[in-house]
Design a protein around this ligand. Structure first.
Ligand SMILES: [Zn+2]
Length: 284
């Protein structure tokens, strides 16, 4: 942005692939700097049913960023700095139950973190470039997803005749490799529903900024060890995702249109009574 220009604003955010906003009439590309470095890409601002939405390609244009190299802090910060307060995070996952085959849409209500080495907090005591120092803050995470966002997504899916799986546990692995059979069997034995690589720390960082976050997990494959087959391949994931991107976009747009204009969920209160030390957090 040039100095003096007013930065375009958005109220809703989507972190997902470029196929999701490809059909919008008018999209403005906005580059955002953050105290944590650059986000995965420029943000693409457009309008969906009268709502101002910022789309951020999670893996960058051309899918150049693997899950473990995504700057999750910069991504959420960039959305927040544009005014976004509700975020939807579509992602590809492997099904951990035989009945969750390719094309299943799962709206998780829990996650399990099996990542390693990812920066997963804004509150690490390290001063920011502007000299502000984040406070010691522990946000509640018992229910990691926005209840209003989840309900909105579930209703949008049903409205699009795509019966979703309401709830379930998304186990997030470090990647970029897929699971071994033993890992996959262990996840299943624990009762977990699906496995992905990006759901954490996205949900956590959103909560740390007082944002709403809900996930739309599209099953692209059965994880290794579930049912028969030889486990998942990258080609398989891409093919199934491409085959479902149209209806995923339909559900996403319906959900964006229906997200509550006034937040009455607990998410904005995650930081009540806490001194964040972060510029503009919390803030509306
Ligand atoms: Zn919320």
């Amino acid at each position: 942005m040039t100095a003096g220009q007013e930065r375009p604003r958005a109220e809703l955010g989507v972190i997902g692939g470029s196929g999701l906003y490809a059909l919008l009439d008018e999209v403005t590309e906005v580059r955002v700097d953050t105290p944590y470095g650059p986000p995965s890409d420029a943000l693409f601002l457009g309008e969906v049913a009268g709502r101002r939405v910022a789309f951020l390609p999670r893996h960058g244009r051309g899918h150049g960023l693997p899950p473990h190299r995504i700057n999750y802090r910069a991504n959420l910060w960039a959305l927040h700095s544009l005014g976004v307060r509700q975020v939807l995070g579509p992602c590809a996952v492997g099904g951990l139950r035989a009945e969750y085959g390719p094309g299943t849409l799962l709206v998780p209500d829990q996650f399990v973190d099996r990542t390693s080495g990812r920066v997963q907090t804004y509150y690490d005591g390290q001063p920011l470039p502007d000299g502000s120092v984040p406070g010691v803050v522990h946000v509640p995470m018992a229910d990691p997803y926005c209840p209003a966002g989840r309900q909105t997504v579930l209703e949008a899916a049903r409205g699009a005749a795509w019966e979703p799986v309401d709830g379930g546990t998304l186990v997030v692995i470090e990647g970029p490799r897929f699971s071994t059979r033993a890992e996959s069997r262990w996840f299943t034995a624990n009762g977990w529903s699906a496995v992905g690589m990006t759901g954490h720390p996205e949900a956590v960082l959103a909560r740390e900024l007082g944002l709403c976050y809900a996930s739309l997990a599209l099953v692209t494959d059965h994880d290794a060890g579930v049912g028969s087959g030889d486990g998942v391949t990258h080609t398989e994931v891409l093919e199934v995702f491409a085959g479902n991107v149209d209806r995923l976009r339909t559900v996403l747009f319906k959900a964006l249109e229906a997200l509550p204009a006034v937040r009455e969920c607990p998410c904005p209160h995650a930081l009540d009574g806490l001194t964040t030390g972060l510029p503009g957090v919390p803030g509306d």
